[in-house]
Each structure stands twice: as structure tokens, then as C-alpha cells.
Design a protein around this ligand. Structure first.
Ligand code: DUC
Ligand code: ZN
Ligand code: ZN
Length: 474
């Protein structure tokens, strides 16, 4: 067979194996793995490089409504461009319902924003903010049937937080339909109580964002979410876990045989709450929830990754511009941390940070890196084996890495819509130099060569990870 492309001479790593061979690509898919594959329209020399499954970032926020007069820094074009430069071939952002909105309408609107605007492939999770009878009884089941097979619920935030009974109602739809529930676990009332008290004491600077939502706020909500899920035997994914106490709740649930999964993010490995102190408004650059904690929490998050408590490593990319009245410097944010937009950019830096700090420093293996950044995302969210691995028949979604390249992370190197990176100055070794989506380069040797609109929407299957325990053992 003549291939469209052969990637020759690289070292390939999957979630299970590392080996040297060539990759033959035909019609956007991996058609052969081996030596002496014959002819192709194009031969890509990957000698000395690592050839990995393209990263899948299953937790990003793009063009999401963020409150009055606040605008997210990325649209689909800039977010997916940034993702591609960061070695990703697919991202999963959230189509967020607001109170009173029909879910179907939300999804239609979000498609309107994404269609024709992507450099890498995308698929949407839903966010359920208004668990009405119509949503629970009709819209959500219909959308799961149509391939929107995961949704997030919040235990905090005005207008988003669900009560326990609402959580149970939503979880039961997930159980009945085979969708996976993602949970933002922080106790809303506890945060409100602490925020009010801090404001009364005049402690309103951005760094008090972290003081207003300490570890017990997250630990309690994590435990409660797990308990509610256990009541009805529904699998859950606790997203953006920041510390050891919440991680231990997840570990305990897993040890009891519950299908409770965990995700952590770069900010919990390389940032701490101290980064915000003494910075005044510049502290807003690090405002995200849950907040980065301390060094002990960083160590615990590493353990969670090393010991398999966390199966996903995502960015929680949620970008706002810093020097912008519609971003981090929104006028109301100067009066209290309460009003500072929550979230930080990270889709472009997720992989180099984990590669360098994890693989480079011997904390995780290269195969674990691939699992945590690509394969497990595909398996968890109904994309495997089409996505997330290098195997015959899979989409040719590939990142080529220079494992020796040393880079100091800097905003000047970024390709997204934000005007800062919270990871400024961090030195990494190992960098994705080329990214290919379904056999076509989007980034090649550090240059954007892809076409806007070449990234496609991918409809997802139901995931085995979402099968209730009862069903799994039946
Ligand atoms: N939760 C997220 O998942 N992302 C940004 C902000 C938040 O609270
Ligand atoms: Zn969240
Ligand atoms: Zn998020």
C-alpha cells in the first residue's frame, strides 16, 4: 500500500509500550506500524524524537459565559491553536447551561461558536445548572443519546451550585442513561461564610481567594459527592483535585470498590497559594478554584498520579486576560477577590510541565505520561480506541516531541488569547514540536500550518467507566 505519510525513525510510546518503528498513515488513520513500510507521498523524519498520541485535554473552558462584563480570553480558534502548539490533538470544553436555558439550545449555541473554528478536534461535555423536570426527564437523556455522554455539576457558585437532592436527581439520570458525571467539589455555604467574614475584616485582596476556600471546603464536598454517588451506585469523576485530603477520600472510595475517579491539574503540582501573596492585583493571575495550596499538597497530588488515584491530568484551561477590564482586572474585582474571574490559562503548558516535572524527573514513566494525558481521557469519555493511542485503525492524532529541548515558559511563546501565563519562568526540558490531527500537520516544527476549520466535532460513545458497579459485575 502507498501511504499518504510515513513517520520514520521515531521512538513511539503508548500507555503500555515504548518501541521503535515507522507509522504508515492513510486517509487520516494509522494504517500500519512496522519497518520498511514502503512508499508514501511524504516521509517525516522523526529520528531522535518521541512520537506520542496527541494529548487529549478533557477539561478546558472556551468562550464560556463568565458573568456580566467579563469575557473569556479564548474563542475556539485561539484555544485550539494554543492546544495544538501544546501537543494536543483534541480538547473537551463545556457547553454550559445557565438558569432558565434549555439544554438543547445551549448545545446548539455552542456548536455555532465552534463549527468551522477549530484547529484540533473537539467534543463537548455539558454543565447542568438548572435541573428542571424537563432537563432531567427529556433533554438530558436525549442529549446523552446523541453523544453528549458526560456532564459536570457544581457544588459551589451562585447560579450553578446544585443542592444535594438536585445532585442526586442529576446523578440518577447519569445512572439510567450511562453518562459520566464530573463534579466540582467545594462546599458553597462554607465558602460564602468565609468570604463574608474575610470581607468584614477588610481582607479583600486577591490572595484571600485561597483563604476563602481552604482544604476542608474541598474535602467535605468530595466526601459528600462520593457518598451521594454511592447511594445510587453511579460512577463519578472528581475534577481538579488540589490536595491530599480530597485525594485520600477518592483513594478510600476506590479501595472500597466504588467507581470514583480523580483528575488533577498542573496548577496543583507547580503553583502554591504563596504565589499570590504580596502581588496585590497581580495575584488575580493565579485565581482559580480550587486554589493552588502548599508544598505538601503538591506532593500529595504527585502521589495521586503515581499511585493511580488520579487517572486524568487535565489543564482546567479557563483563560481570562490580565490587563483587561473584561478580564482579571474587572472593576468590581478591585473591591474584593469575590468578583475576580475564576480560572487560568494552561492548555498549551499542561503537557510540557508534566513531561518535564514528571517523566524528566523520574516521578512517572513515559507510558504513565501518555496514559494520564491522552489514553485515559479517551477511555473515560467514550473516545477509545479511535482516539488516545497509536494503533492500527486509530485516528492519526500524533505529537512529535523533542525530549532534549529546554524551554523557559513565557507568555511570548504562547499562542492563546490570554496576555499572561501563570507558569511564566518555569524551566522545562522536553517540548512538542509538531502536532498532527487525523494525519494532517497543524503545527510543524513550531509553525502553524493547519487550516482553521480542519478540527472536527467528535460525537462520543458511552464509556465503560460510566457503567454502574452493579451493571459491571452483573
Ligand atoms: N471550575 C473549573 O472547572 N474551571 C474554572 C473555574 C472553576 O471553578
Ligand atoms: Zn470546576
Ligand atoms: Zn474547569
Amino acid at each position: 500500500m502507498a501511504f499518504d505519510t510515513i513517520i520514520r525513525g521515531g521512538t513511539i510510546a503508548t500507555a503500555s509500550d515504548t518501541f521503535s518503528c515507522d507509522i504508515g498513515i492513510k486517509d487520516g488513520r494509522i494504517a500500519a506500524l512496522g519497518a520498511d513500510l514502503g512508499t508514501a507521498n511524504e516521509i517525516v523524519d522523526a529520528t531522535g524524537k518521541l512520537v506520542l498520541p496527541g494529548g487529549i485535554d478533557s477539561h478546558v473552558h472556551i468562550a464560556q459565559p463568565s458573568g456580566p462584563d467579563i469575557v473569556m480570553a479564548d474563542d475556539f480558534a485561539s484555544a485550539t491553536r494554543s492546544a495544538a502548539f501544546g501537543g494536543n490533538t483534541m480538547v473537551l470544553p463545556f457547553a454550559m447551561q445557565q438558569k432558565g436555558q434549555s439544554l438543547r439550545e445551549v448545545v446548539t449555541d455552542y456548536h455555532r461558536k465552534a463549527d468551522g473554528q477549530c484547529y484540533v478536534d473537539v467534543s463537548f461535555h455539558l454543565i447542568i445548572a438548572d435541573a428542571t423536570d424537563a432537563v432531567l426527564g427529556q433533554e438530558l437523556p436525549a442529549l446523552v443519546h446523541d453523544g453528549y455522554t458526560s456532564f459536570k455539576v457544581f457544588m459551589t457558585y451562585e447560579g450553578l451550585a446544585l443542592s444535594d437532592i438536585e445532585m442526586l436527581n442529576v446523578m440518577s439520570v447519569a445512572r439510567d442513561t450511562g453518562a459520566l458525571v464530573m463534579i466540582h467539589a467545594e462546599n458553597y455555604d462554607a465558602i460564602r461564610f468565609l468570604t463574608d467574614r474575610l470581607e468584614r475584616a477588610g481582607k479583600t485582596e486577591p490572595h484571600h481567594h485561597a483563604t476563602s476556600r481552604p482544604i476542608p471546603v474541598e474535602r467535605e464536598a468530595t466526601y459528600r459527592a462520593i457518598s451521594l454517588a454511592e447511594l445510587i451506585d453511579v460512577p463519578i469523576m472528581i475534577v481538579h483535585v488540589s490536595n491530599g485530603e480530597a485525594m485520600e477520600e477518592i483513594r478510600r472510595a476506590q479501595q472500597r470498590g466504588l467507581k470514583v475517579y480523580g483528575e488533577t491539574c498542573p496548577q496543583y503540582l507547580v503553583l502554591t497559594a504563596k504565589d499570590m501573596e504580596g502581588l496585590n492585583m497581580e495575584g488575580t493571575k493565579y485565581v482559580c478554584s480550587p486554589p493552588p495550596r502548599d508544598e505538601a499538597s503538591q506532593q500529595a497530588c504527585w502521589q495521586g498520579l503515581q499511585q493511580g488515584v488520579f487517572s486524568l491530568f487535565s489543564s482546567d484551561h479557563c483563560p481570562f486576560r490580565y490587563d483587561d477590564p473584561k478580564g482579571k482586572l474587572v472593576p468590581k474585582g478591585r473591591t474584593s477577590f469575590r468578583w475576580v474571574p475564576n480560572g487560568i490559562p494552561g492548555v498549551e503548558t499542561r503537557l510540557p510541565i508534566l513531561f518535564s516535572e514528571g517523566v524528566g524527573k523520574g516521578r512517572i514513566t513515559l507510558n504513565e505520561f501518555v496514559a494520564l494525558t491522552a489514553t485515559n481521557h479517551a477511555k473515560t469519555y467514550g473516545l477509545y480506541p479511535k482516539k488516545g493511542t497509536i494503533a492500527v485503525g486509530a485516528d492519526a492524532d500524533i505529537a512529535i516531541w523533542d525530549p532534549e529541548r529546554e524551554v523557559t515558559i513565557s507568555q511570548s511563546l504562547m499562542h492563546g488569547g490570554s496576555d499572561y501565563t501563570p507558569y511564566e519562568g518555569i524551566k522545562v526540558k522536553g517540548w512538542p514540536v509538531s502536532t498532527m490531527v487525523r494525519g494532517k500537520f497543524v503545527v510543524r516544527d513550531g509553525q502553524l500550518v493547519g487550516t482553521l476549520g480542519a478540527g472536527a466535532y467528535v460525537t462520543r460513545a458511552k464509556s465503560d467507566y460510566a457503567k454502574p458497579r452493579g451493571a459491571a459485575s452483573a
